[in-house]
Design a protein around this ligand. Structure first.
Ligand SMILES: [Zn+2]
Length: 120
């Protein structure tokens, strides 16, 4: 059995680590094609966007500030370097972060609260 968090971050099934977690770039597959685990409960919502905003925002803002202070380039150089780099970093983090969040939900058996969850 694979580590569900590493498998999810790699875009693999959090149960078996073999099948694919995604159908497209970010669309979660209905089920694992290797072991049949269903991902219908998986809904990462805004979770990945929050973490990516914080992580990429920190990296890009401080990187651009360091660049500006250390080398004092013209403003167009900052825009040409840091805007595309930000897009690349954000798109690069999206899939691993969503996979990680879906895998965390799967591993922790997270789901919507139902009637059975209410204490009687
Ligand atoms: Zn699987």
């Amino acid at each position: 059995m694979a580590n569900p968090y590493l498998a999810g971050a790699a875009g693999r099934c959090p149960r078996c680590g073999e099948g694919f977690l995604f159908e497209g770039f970010l669309k979660v597959a209905p089920a694992c094609d290797a072991c049949g685990a269903t991902f219908a409960q998986a809904d990462s919502g805004d979770g990945p966007a929050v973490f990516i905003t914080l992580i990429a925002g920190f990296l890009m803002a401080f990187g651009a500030m360091f660049h500006m202070i250390a080398f004092n380039p013209p403003i167009w150089v900052l825009l040409v370097v840091w805007l595309p780099l930000t897009v690349v970093v954000v798109l690069g983090l999206l899939r691993p972060m969503k996979g990680l969040m879906v895998a965390a939900q799967f591993a922790q058996k997270a789901s919507e609260a139902g009637r059975d969850d209410v204490r009687k």
